[in-house]
Each structure stands twice: as structure tokens, then as C-alpha cells.
Design a protein around this ligand. Structure first.
Ligand code: ADP
Ligand code: ZN
Ligand code: MG
Length: 474
């Protein structure tokens, strides 16, 4: 295994969250709209129309480039990339060629610096639909002309886990900047994965490209499969054939889409309808000032505040969780780790179960902060915390619930004594076992005490009292 290493480079498309499409005034958000209702003569590619560059898309490209430590082009241009395909009404795509909006950047992921070769702006194609068994295909032009960012990395990644982590970083950066929902499930983030295998230290090997992977999990799985396949070929002295592959999620295998990768001649030339675009210093400066705190900075801030690196990473690289955490943090004076635990364990468990994002629930940062404070001050037990969580997720104020239902933690031995004595008296067999040295058997006494106190008895106090009564160290 270790005599070989994998080499991975990614090409990522992000759907931009602009108001309108890349070169016309049609709504860029056509998700769920009836087919062919978000179109105009420009994105339909009718003769004689003129495209106009979407300034917001350009700003998003610049912001993304700045976040990825790129050089921003002082001036840039759009090219026509010609090819004939039914989903391309003009028979060319307006894209960027030798003057991308940003280039030569990098992103640190898992301690590795991954170089970003380029980031460019382009328009999406329409969507072909092939109804099962029908002798025809349908076309939905709502997507035609939608604004996209394409970014290309250098082949600097080395493992499937690094590739997955890189994608998580990119998604969180795009979401933090607010430039894209970057949601692979909705097709708003797509990755093509290039991978080769070589002996450690050898020059780059022949690569294959795996197309259109639509979840981070499939990226990792496809890479694992493909790396193993290429290693076996190399180990038995056979060459890897350059190819474009697809990924069959159900079978867990890659399959060949195209073998010979003849360099298509796209006849790139500057779009004569779009004048060069100058990015002047003032514009750049304004965008730099507008830069929000990026996930890597958030991570560092959380760790400085005392959050464990493991939790800080989960929160910082999930834009919606981070936003929520920051709001709650502003309302909270306790240990930030308690709040982080609550979000990453209890709340995350609830969200996973319900398939929701935190913003889609009625949980408020205020109520989360209150719950964390109750717990941190030991005013409620673990048990009560878990019991209250579903209601707090649905908007209830935990302080009110605790008051109304008398769920404040009980540490008062005087209050607990009658209950503990009764449970001991009712369970002579268990008591005998505990006295005989079977300390685990004492759990059979703790359970009923917890039930009687509705989970409010502090576990350590109950254990100490039982130990004293039975003459053992619990
Ligand atoms: P092509 O000319 O086939 O398009 P490029 O050099 O333009 O190849 O690179 C396309 C993508 O493939 C980039 O993300 C790059 O990092 C990656 N890549 C290039 N060579 C290799 C290789 N030998 N192994 C893995 N990835 C590679
Ligand atoms: Zn349009
Ligand atoms: Mg290329």
C-alpha cells in the first residue's frame, strides 16, 4: 500500500445565489419552477440579443477568489466556448479562458496547502430530460444562462479523506460568503474528480476523471474504489488508461464514459458582445472590506475561546451551525464548550433525526443559551436535559419548563432521603448483592430513585447516599 500514493485534483462548479442569471435579467432561482418559465430572448439564444454581465456574479467571483488567497485579475474578459449540444441554445457557452477572474490561490486543508489554479465565471447549460421509454427528449431552459463559478485545483490532494475535507471547506466558505447554497443534493455544487496513482516520489501518473459526483460521500467512495483499481493495475505491471469515468453509486464502481480524450476544439475567442471588464482598486478595496469572517478564522476564534478543536471544527465548517453558535455565544456567559457540546451532541442528534437544519427549527439562540446555562450551573441533570430538548427545539423556553414542572436538580439529602430509604427497603435482594460486593447491582436501585424524582436527583448525590446506607464505596 505505502509504496504507492494517490494524486487528486478537483474541478468544482458552484451555482451562484445571484438575483438574476449570468447575462440576462431572468431569475437565477428557478428551482421548483415550471419548465421554461424563467427564460428570455438572451438566455434562449435568439439572434440579435445582447448579453450584459451580472455585476453581482462578478463580485461573488472576486469574493470567492479573495477567500481562497487568489490574485484577482485587474481586468478580465469572457470567451465563447463553442460546441454543439441540444442543451446549449446558442451553440456556445460564455465562459472565461485565459483571463479568469481569479487565479493562483490556495487553501489549507488538514495541514496541506492545496493550490487553486483558477476560478472563473460562466453560464450553465439547459437541462435535458429523457422520459423513460419515450422516443423523444425534453428540454428545460430555466437553467440556461444560470450563473456558475468553476474552480480548478492543482493535483495537490493525496487521499479521499483530504478530498472530502476540501469540499467541506469549500462549501462552508461559499455559504459563509453567501455566494452559493453549495448544496450537492440540489445540484448547486458539483465536483469532477481527477485521480492518478504513482509510486511515492515518481512523476505524475496517468489520470482518469470521474464526472459529476453529487455527494461528498460519493466523492470519497469513488476515489477509494478508483485508487484501489489503479494500484492493482500498476502492481501487476499494466498501464492505467486515460479515461472519463462515471460513478455507479448502487454498484459502488466506476464505469467508462469515454475512452479517448481527444482535446475538443472549442474555438475559444473573446465574446465580441462583452467588452473587457476592469476590476479597479476601489472596487476591490470595497469587497475586501466586506469580507465576512471565514471558517478558518472562526475555527481559531472558537479554539481561543476554549472550545475543543474537535467541536470547533464541526461548528466553524458548517455555516448555518456557526451562525447559530455565534448568536447563542453572544447571549451566554458560561463556558463556550458547554454550548458547543449541546449543539454538537444533543441538538445535532435531534437535527439528524428530523433531517433539519437548525434554522428550520423553532430553537432560538436565546433558549439554547438558557439551556446551556441551566446545565452548566448544574440546575438540571443530564436526564432532564434530554427530556426537555424536543420541546426546546420546538420553541419552548427551558427556564419556564423547569419552573413549571419542578425539574430543578435535587442535591438536598434531606429531600432525597425518604425516597432512597424506601427504594432500599423495597429491594432487599439487590441490597444483599451490593453488600456482597456486586457494586454494579446498585444501578437497579438508582433507576427507581430517578423515576420517583422524575430525573431531578443528582446522580452523584444519590450514589453517595446509597453507598453510605449500604456501607460500600459506590
Ligand atoms: P486536462 O488537460 O486533462 O484537463 P489539466 O492539467 O487541465 O488536465 O487538469 C485538470 C484537473 O486534473 C486539475 O484539477 C488537475 O489538478 C488535475 N490533474 C492533472 N494531472 C493530474 C494527475 N496526473 N493526477 C491527478 N490529477 C491531475
Ligand atoms: Zn434570460
Ligand atoms: Mg484542462
Amino acid at each position: 500500500m505505502s509504496e504507492f500514493e494517490a494524486v487528486v485534483g478537483l474541478e468544482i462548479h458552484l451555482h451562484l445565489k445571484t438575483q438574476s442569471k449570468m447575462f440576462c435579467g431572468c431569475a437565477a432561482d428557478y428551482f421548483g419552477e415550471a419548465p421554461n418559465t424563467r427564460t428570455c430572448p438572451v438566455c434562449l439564444g435568439l439572434p440579435g440579443v445582447l448579453p450584459v454581465v451580472n455585476a453581482q456574479a462578478v463580485e461573488f467571483g472576486i469574493l470567492f477568489g479573495l477567500a481562497l488567497n487568489c490574485q484577482i485579475a485587474p481586468w478580465t474578459q469572457f470567451h465563447r466556448k463553442s460546441y454543439y449540444y441540444p442543451d446549449m441554445p446558442k451553440n456556445y457557452q460564455i465562459s472565461q479562458y485565459d483571463l479568469p477572474i481569479a487565479k493562483d490561490g490556495y487553501l489549507e486543508v488538514e495541514g496541506r496547502r492545496v493550490r487553486i489554479r483558477r476560478i472563473h465565471l460562466e453560464e450553465d447549460a439547459a437541462k435535458s430530460i429523457h422520459p423513460e421509454g419515450a422516443p423523444y427528449s425534453l428540454i428545460d431552459l430555466n437553467r440556461a444562462g444560470a450563473p456558475l463559478i468553476e474552480m480548478v485545483t492543482e493535483p495537490d490532494l493525496r487521499t479521499p479523506e483530504e478530498a472530502r475535507s476540501f469540499l467541506v471547506h469549500i462549501r462552508s466558505i461559499a455559504q459563509t460568503l453567501g455566494i452559493s447554497d453549495a448544496n450537492p443534493e440540489e445540484g448547486k455544487m458539483r465536483a469532477d474528480v481527477n485521480v492518478s496513482v504513482r509510486r511515492v516520489g515518481a512523476p505524475l501518473g496517468t489520470k482518469v476523471e470521474i464526472k459529476n459526483l453529487n455527494s461528498f460521500k460519493s466523492v470519497a467512495r469513488a476515489l477509494e474504489y478508483e485508487i484501489r483499481r489503479q494500484q492493482e493495475l500498476l502492481r501487476s505491471g499494466r498501464p492505467v488508461t486515460q479515461a472519463t469515468l462515471g460513478w455507479d453509486e448502487a454498484a459502488g464502481k466506476t464505469y467508462v464514459l469515454r475512452l479517448k480524450e481527444e482535446e475538443a476544439d472549442y474555438r475559444y475567442f473573446p465574446d465580441p458582445d462583452l467588452p473587457p471588464l476592469v476590476v479597479d482598486e476601489a472596487w476591490l478595496k470595497r469587497l475586501k472590506t466586506a469580507m465576512p469572517e471565514l471558517p478558518a478564522e472562526k475555527y481559531a476564534r472558537y479554539v481561543r475561546a476554549g472550545v475543543r478543536p474537535y467541536d470547533a471544527e464541526i461548528l466553524a465548517y458548517n455555516a448555518s451551525l456557526a451562525r447559530f453558535f455565534d448568536q447563542a455565544l453572544g447571549l451566554y456567559t458560561g463556558n463556550p464548550q458547554t454550548l458547543a457540546n449541546l449543539l454538537n451532541a444533543e441538538v445535532a442528534g435531534y437535527l439528524n433525526e428530523q433531517g433539519l437544519e437548525v434554522q428550520a427549527t423553532a430553537l432560538t439562540p436565546q433558549n439554547l443559551a438558557r439551556l446551556a446555562a441551566l446545565f452548566e450551573r448544574r440546575e438540571i441533570t443530564n436526564r432532564v436535559l434530554s427530556e426537555l430538548l424536543p420541546e426546546v427545539m420546538q420553541g419552548a423556553d427551558p427556564v419556564r419548563l423547569v419552573e413549571e414542572r419542578g425539574l430543578r436538580a435535587v442535591a438536598d439529602e434531606g429531600a432525597l432521603r425518604p425516597i432512597v430509604e424506601r427504594v432500599v427497603a423495597e429491594n432487599p435482594k439487590v441490597v444483599e448483592q451490593v453488600r456482597a460486593g456486586n457494586l454494579k447491582a446498585a444501578n437497579a436501585l438508582v433507576g427507581p430513585i430517578m423515576r420517583e424524582t422524575r430525573g431531578t436527583a443528582k446522580a452523584d448525590v444519590v450514589k453517595r447516599m446509597l453507598g453510605e446506607m449500604l456501607g460500600v464505596e459506590l
